[in-house]
Design a protein around this ligand. Structure first.
Ligand code: ADP
Length: 573
């Protein structure tokens, strides 16, 4: 069916004219046939009437004497142009205006003559051998056994008919021309607004949506114009919605930290968000030029299998760990690549793993001591040995170490779990409390512990700050030899609240200085444990400082002493 050649479209005006012309010609032909037929019949009726009248007049002037018949027939023809024939009851021709009656055959079988003998006016038309034309005959009923017959050639009727036909054709031509003009004007009037509407539809298709179709006089065209205007309005709002959805999507994708790249069906980079550029560098136009090369594997695997594929690789400097997942769109050839920087997550995971390993190790040491000492204690008790006291002392010491470790772990896990409950607190008063709490320990070591404080208010968790200060003071006392000094200052430094703890202890080697804030990091593990350290104190201090928007730093010189400075934002007002 589709193989059928398509007809070339024609202009509306040409089509109107063509249909008009065809319809007009068909109607004209039909009308011509009807008119010609009825006109011919009317003309024949007319001629027959004239013939009858003429025949009757001729019959009245028929001479008495048979010798005058021929002259009579000629006379009638001269007067009325009717061929005139006089026929007897036997069909013998007595006179004829055109032929010699002597040579004329018997006319008794002529239809008009037969009818006349029956007493009616007979008429017929046929070809006449005598005249050589088609003739219309009329015969009167016989009078004194004589029949007067007159005839005229049919040509007369045809001549009149062709005159009528000429007039009809002229009228038809004039009507046709007027019709063509009217149709042309109507077609033009109709096609002009259609052309305008077509142009406006094209404008709409090109995105010019402010169309206002002109009112015409044709209802259907007005309806079409209204439909185009509605379509333009709907299209406008749809385009607006689509644009809004696009900008929203871009804004959302622009804010997410995952690198998002959309590769089109032609392998073109259809979209890439800022995170993708930051992670992978400038975006090329084409998927084939996408960097780094490691991205190509998940992309081509996803294309080939129709399923999502993921690859993890190292990229850039400093090296980042990237996990890229390419997901194909099932409906078309497009592909979405999501690149996630998992460096921090992997680091956190590894820190957690290390933490569990370190914590287990830290717990194992005092527990092993407790078990071993308990066994030794049992033996010593059974022997009533004096060393029982020693083992009991070790058990107590290890249990205390275990208790400190558990307390620090609980503090640390609480600090990591919860954000601090902030309230205005006096830093100097907290420091004073903690100094009072540790005064006895300092005196035991013959240490001078002094506080220099001014009233400083910060928005902080009282409990957390107390823990941080306690840890700093505890360290300063533990890592100081007897007879040293620990000096704590609470004040304001560069617009921040400051806690500074200075001791004249053993100091920290330069290479360890940055790492002492790590969990379980100790310069000397044995020494730390010996003094009751858990390896978690400074990491708790750092966590408290940072969770309050502050920081902690250390300055230290081996054999001279260390200074820890915590800075916190001051409470406003
Ligand atoms: P610990 O419980 O072992 O003291 P911390 O986290 O408090 O653990 O400290 C980590 C390490 O830093 C300690 O083991 C110690 O080696 C060192 N350190 C901390 N404070 C001081 C200080 N005031 N003087 C010297 N060394 C210190």
């Amino acid at each position: 069916m589709s193989d059928r050649p398509r007809r070339r479209p024609t202009r509306l005006a040409s089509r109107f004219l063509l249909y008009y012309a065809l319809t007009y010609l068909v109607l004209l032909g039909l009308m011509g046939l009807v008119v010609e037929r009825s006109t011919r019949e009317a003309l024949i009726d007319d001629v027959v009437e004239n013939l009858e009248l003429g025949a009757k007049l001729a019959a009245q002037s028929l001479p008495e004497d048979a010798g005058g018949y021929q002259g009579w027939a000629r006379g009638v023809f001269d007067a009325a142009s009717f061929r005139t024939t006089l026929i007897t009851a036997d069909g013998v021709v007595l006179a004829d205006s055109h032929s010699d009656p002597a040579v004329m055959e018997n006319h008794s079988d002529r239809p008009e003559v037969v009818e006349a003998f029956r007493g009616a006016v007979g008429s017929a038309s046929r070809f006449s051998a005598s005249t050589g034309f088609e003739q219309l005959y009329l015969a009167l009923p016989p009078e004194d056994d004589l029949i007067v017959r007159v005839s005229v050639p049919i040509r007369v009727i045809d001549d009149e008919l062709s005159a009528v036909r000429g007039s009809i054709l002229l009228a038809a031509l004039i009507v046709g021309v007027i019709g063509v003009a009217v149709v042309a004007v109507v077609a033009r009037r109709t096609s002009r607004p259609i052309t305008e509407l077509t142009e406006q539809s094209r404008d709409v298709a090109m995105g010019r949506l402010d169309v206002s179709p002109r009112k015409s006089t044709v209802l259907e065209l007005d309806q079409l114009g209204e439909a185009i205007a509605t379509m333009a309005r709907t299209l406008g709002s749809r385009l607006g919605e689509a644009e809004l959805a696009r900008t929203t999507l871009e804004a959302v994708l622009g804010t997410i930290p995952q690198g998002t790249i959309l590769i089109g069906g032609e392998d073109e980079i259809a979209y890439a968000n800022d995170a993708a550029r930051q992670m992978l560098g400038p975006m090329p136009d084409n998927g084939a030029a996408l960097a780094p090369l490691q991205l190509h594997a998940p992309v081509s695997e996803a294309r080939a299998s129709g399923r999502a594929h993921t690859r993890v690789f190292d990229y850039g400097s400093p090296t980042r760990r990237i996990r890229a997942t390419a997901t194909p769109f099932p409906a078309d050839g497009r592909l979405l690549v999501i690149a996630v920087d998992i460096t921090d997550r992997e680091r956190t995971d590894s820190i957690k793993r290390d933490f569990v390993a370190n914590a287990s190790h830290e717990l194992k040491t005092p527990v092993s001591t407790i078990i071993a000492s308990s066994e030794a204690l049992q033996i010593a008790l059974s022997r009533d040995d004096e060393s029982a006291m020693v083992f009991a002392g070790r058990i107590e010491e290890s249990a205390r170490q275990l208790s400190r470790l558990v307390a620090d772990l609980l503090d640390l896990s609480r600090l990591e779990r919860e954000s601090p409950e902030l309230a205005p607190v006096r830093l100097d008063l907290i420091a004073l409390d903690e100094v009072d709490r540790l005064k006895l320990r300092a005196e035991e070591k013959n240490l001078a512990l002094d506080l220099e404080a001014r009233a400083v208010t910060v928005r902080a968790s009282h409990r957390d700050l107390a823990i941080a200060i306690r840890n700093l003071l505890d360290n300063a006392i533990r890592y100081s030899g007897t007879g040293g000094s620990v000096h704590i200052v609470v004040g304001i430094h560069d617009g921040s609240a400051m806690i500074r703890v200075t001791d004249a202890g053993e100091g920290i080697p330069t290479r360890d200085r940055d790492r002492v804030f790590e969990r379980f990091y100790r310069v000397d593990s044995a020494r730390s444990r010996e003094t009751g350290g858990t390896g978690l104190g400074l990491s708790i201090v750092k966590h408290v400082a940072e969770s309050h928007g502050g920081s902690v730093e250390v300055e230290s010189e081996l054999g001279v002493g260390s200074t820890f400075v915590v800075l916190l934002p001051l409470a406003e007002g």
